[in-house]
Ligand binder design. Structure first.
Ligand code: NDP
Length: 261
């Protein structure tokens, strides 16, 4: 029997990672976790002020972090951010496709512009960034790991009393389908593609929903609470590392059991 060197399997020393939407919330948590595991990290976002404070937070923890302003829904910007990150870091081994937005509205009233905006960022942005990263990884001939941040909302319908954001749910369903298909298509290039489907976490995006419905979310969750800080970054490290080297095309709910009822 092989005795695994567990710390070595999770170690990301000499690896390089790009986290889209890494300037706050779950993306910043992922960036910190990857850096703590040894990776050199770059983050993107649309607003420089958020990027600077995120880089400062990483610096306080002893990590250098490159920042690139980028709107992932724009093909040229997504491609440039991936190229700049790879050039600055020296390579690109890990991509966390985390940038996302939402729009709350009853389904029958959702304006088409908001549907398009959400799909452009969450679904198209994930695809464009994965495509650019794949080309970079293929050029390096060294494989890679892509982790898409989906949502439980992309797997099941949600009560309108808790989350009324049909465009968001549809975009996350697209991220999940993309995860399955890209995993199958890129396995031959040594690139693993997996997704994380978080339940509810308190971030800038979800603050209103969580504050208004905390008790109801707790009731819908076997573990009886929303996700806590630190409960996504560790899963990102697992899916980015050798510890998950035989896992691809999977969607891992991190939801306190919400989907297990
Ligand atoms: P936040 O709003 O806190 O963070 C979103 C991040 O994405 C920010 O860095 C933001 O920066 C960036 N971003 C948004 N739009 C774009 C864009 N077009 N191009 C580049 N960057 C962009 O949200 P969360 O941390 O909660 O969300 C992170 C991911 O987790 C999202 O994909 C979300 O759908 C998913 N998720 C979150 C859950 C939760 O309960 N919080 C549950 C399930 C999934 P800037 O605004 O400056 O561009």
């Amino acid at each position: 029997m092989i005795t695994p060197d567990i710390p070595a399997l999770f170690d990301l020393t000499n690896k390089t990672a790009l986290v889209t939407g890494g300037s706050r919330g779950l993306g910043l948590e992922a960036a910190i976790a990857l850096a703590e595991a040894g990776a050199s990290v770059a983050i993107t976002g649309r607003r420089l002020s958020w990027l600077s404070s995120a880089a400062e937070e990483l610096r306080r923890r002893g990590h250098l972090c490159r920042t690139f302003k980028c709107d992932v829904s724009d093909e040229a910007q997504a491609a440039r951010a991936v190229r700049d990150a790879a050039d600055n870091l020296g390579a690109l081994d890990i991509l966390v496709n985390n940038a996302g937005i939402s729009w709350a509205s009853p389904a029958e009233e959702l304006p088409i512009e908001k549907w398009n905006e959400v799909m452009a960022t969450n679904a198209t942005g994930t695809f464009l960034t994965a495509q650019a990263a794949m080309r970079e990884m293929q050029r390096q001939h060294d494989g890679g790991a892509i982790i898409n941040i989906a949502s439980v909302a992309g797997m099941v319908g949600t009560s309108p009393d808790v989350l009324d954001a049909v465009g968001y749910s549809a975009s996350k369903g697209a991220v999940i389908a993309l995860t399955h298909d890209l995993a199958v298509k890129w396995a031959r290039h040594g690139i693993r593609v997996n997704a994380i489907a978080p339940g509810f976490f308190n971030t800038r995006m979800s603050q209103k929903v969580v504050e208004k419905n905390r008790a109801q979310i707790a009731r819908l969750t076997p573990m009886g609470r929303i996700g806590r800080a630190g409960e996504i970054g560790n899963v990102v490290v697992f899916l980015a590392s050798e510890a998950s080297r035989y896992i691809t095309g999977q969607v891992l709910p991190v939801d306190g059991g919400m989907l297990a009822w």
